[in-house]
Design a protein around this ligand. Structure first.
Ligand SMILES: Cc1cc2nc3c(=O)[nH]c(=O)nc-3n(C[C@H](O)[C@H](O)[C@H](O)COP(=O)(O)OP(=O)(O)OC[C@H]3O[C@@H](n4cnc5c(N)ncnc54)[C@H](O)[C@@H]3O)c2cc1C
Length: 386
C-alpha cells in the first residue's frame, strides 16, 4: 500500500485549511492539504469579510490578489434598524481601508494558490477516511482515498481538521463538544444585478434581516435571515425567488421595491440552519480550525474571520511543535471567541425587538474591535513574511 510522510496534513482546502497550510508551509513545514471537492468551486456561503479578516489577508499578501478580481473595497456599512439608520464609515485602520465581499470560489482558490506557492502540496478530489493512532491514542496520520476510492496512509506529526461544519475529522477523532448553542436561523441568498445600493447595507425588522453586499462583477449578494418555521411557511406557497423578494419587502418597503426592479441571477441558495457548536480545538497530534472546530449561526457573518485568525494562531503553535503550544491555541480560541459566540446565539433567536437587535450589533462591533486589537498585538511582532 502507498504511504507518505509530512509534518502536517490538513483536511479541507478552503478559507481555514488553505490558510493554515500556507502559514505552516511558510514556516518551513512539509504540508499536505487535501479536499474532496474540485479546485476553485463555490460553496454554500455569503462572504462579507470583516476588517479583521481583511487585515489577515493584507498581512499575508492575499488581499491585493483578490482586488485583481474586480473586488470592490467597501468603505461604509449602513445599518437600518427599523426607521433608525446608522451609517458607519470604515476609516482605514490597522492598514486596512475597509471590508471586502469577494466571492468564495475566488477567495478559496487564491488562498489555495498562495498555499501551493508557499510549498504546501494541494490534492483535490481526495477524501479523508479516518485517523491513524499509535498505542497511546496519539494521532499519527490519516487514511485518505483517491478519486477511484483507493485508500492509502499518510503519516503526519499533526493532523488538522479544516473540513467544515459537518467535520468527519472531528467525528473520527471523537473531539469533545465543549459548547452547544440553542438558536439557528434559515438563510437564503442570491446574486442580484441592478441593485442601486452602494456599500454594505443591513436591514432589520422583528424576526427578519436582509444584507446587501457589493461583490465581484458589479453584482450584489442579497441574503435574508429568518426563523426556520417562518421560512417553511413561506416555502409552502412561494418559490425561493419569490420568498427572497417577499422577505426583502417585509424587512424594508424601499428595499422591496429595489429588489422587485433588480434581476436575481439564478436560483437563490438556502441554508436551513444549524445551532452553534464548539469542539475542543486540539489534542495530542491533532487540531481543528474553521467551522470544523467552531461554528455559530452565520447571522454575524464572522466565520471567515474566525478561520483566518485561528489559522495563524494554529500555524504558529504547529511550528513550535509541542503539545503545550496546541493546548495554548485551543485556549486562545476559546477566550477570543467568547463574546461573539454569546451574542450570536442570542441574536439567532430573532425573537427580540429591533432595539435589542441594535444593541446586540453594537456589542458585536465592540467585540470585533477587541478582536482586531488582540490580533494586532499577537501577530504584529512576529509577522510571517508574505
Ligand atoms: C448561508 C451562510 C452564509 C455565510 N455568510 C458568511 C459571511 O458573510 N461572512 C463570513 O465570514 N462567513 C459566512 N459564513 C460562514 C462561512 O461560510 C464559514 O465560516 C467558512 O466557510 C468556514 O470555512 P472552513 O474552511 O472552515 O470550511 P468550509 O468552507 O466548509 O470548507 C471545508 C472544506 O472541507 C472539505 N471536506 C469536507 N469533508 C472532507 C473530507 N472527508 N475529505 C476531504 N475534504 C473534505 C469540503 O469539500 C470543503 O471544501 C456563512 C455561512 C453560511 C452557511
Amino acid at each position: 500500500m502507498r504511504s507518505e510522510t509530512f509534518d502536517a496534513v490538513v483536511i479541507g482546502a478552503r478559507c481555514a485549511g488553505a490558510s493554515v497550510a500556507m502559514l505552516m508551509a511558510k514556516q518551513g513545514m512539509s504540508v499536505l492539504c487535501v479536499d474532496r471537492d474540485e479546485a476553485g468551486t463555490d460553496t454554500l456561503s455569503s462572504h462579507a469579510m470583516t476588517r479583521g479578516a481583511v487585515m489577515q489577508l493584507e498581512r499575508w499578501g492575499v488581499a491585493q490578489r483578490l482586488m485583481a478580481h474586480d473586488t470592490p473595497w467597501i468603505g461604509r456599512s449602513t445599518f437600518h434598524f427599523g426607521d433608525e439608520v446608522i451609517p458607519v464609515d470604515l476609516r482605514p485602520m490597522n492598514g486596512v481601508p475597509g471590508m471586502m465581499g469577494t466571492r468564495r470560489h475566488i477567495t478559496d482558490r487564491v488562498l489555495a494558490e498562495a498555499a501551493a506557492e508557499a510549498g504546501a502540496e494541494l490534492r483535490y478530489r481526495c477524501a479523508f477516511r479516518d485517523v491513524l493512532r499509535e498505542g497511546s491514542g496519539r494521532v499519527t496520520g490519516v487514511i485518505l482515498s483517491d478519486p477511484l476510492g483507493r485508500t492509502y496512509d499518510v503519516s503526519a506529526g499533526l493532523v488538522v481538521g479544516a473540513d467544515g461544519l459537518r467535520s468527519t475529522v472531528a467525528r473520527r477523532l471523537g473531539a469533545p463538544v465543549t459548547r452547544q448553542g440553542i438558536n439557528a436561523l434559515t438563510h437564503i441568498y442570491a446574486y442580484v444585478r441592478g441593485m442601486p445600493l452602494a456599500d454594505n447595507h443591513a436591514f432589520f425588522a422583528k424576526g427578519l434581516s436582509v444584507g446587501v453586499l457589493p461583490t465581484n462583477g458589479g453584482q450584489s449578494c442579497v441574503i435574508a435571515s429568518v426563523r426556520p418555521e417562518s421560512f417553511r411557511g413561506l416555502r409552502a406557497t412561494m418559490t425561493e425567488t419569490e420568498a427572497l423578494r417577499h422577505l426583502a419587502s417585509e424587512t424594508n418597503a424601499e428595499l422591496g421595491v429595489m429588489m422587485n426592479d433588480a434581476e436575481i441571477v439564478g436560483v437563490p441558495k438556502v441554508f436551513g440552519g444549524h445551532v452553534g457548536r464548539m469542539h475542543q480545538a486540539a489534542g495530542p497530534g491533532w487540531a481543528l480550525v474553521g467551522d470544523a472546530g467552531y461554528f455559530r449561526d452565520p447571522v454575524t457573518a464572522h466565520g471567515m474571520t474566525d478561520a483566518f485568525r485561528d489559522a495563524e494562531v494554529l500555524a504558529r503553535a504547529a511550528a513550535s511543535g509541542t503539545d503545550q503550544a496546541l493546548s495554548d491555541f485551543a485556549a486562545a480560541r476559546d477566550a477570543v471567541t467568547k463574546d461573539i459566540w454569546t451574542l450570536t446565539d442570542r441574536l439567532a433567536a430573532f425573537d427580540m425587538p429591533v432595539t435589542e437587535v441594535r444593541d446586540l450589533f453594537l456589542w458585536l462591533s465592540a467585540a470585533m474591535r477587541d478582536e482586531q486589537a488582540w490580533m494586532q498585538d499577537r501577530f504584529s511582532l512576529k509577522a510571517i513574511a508574505a
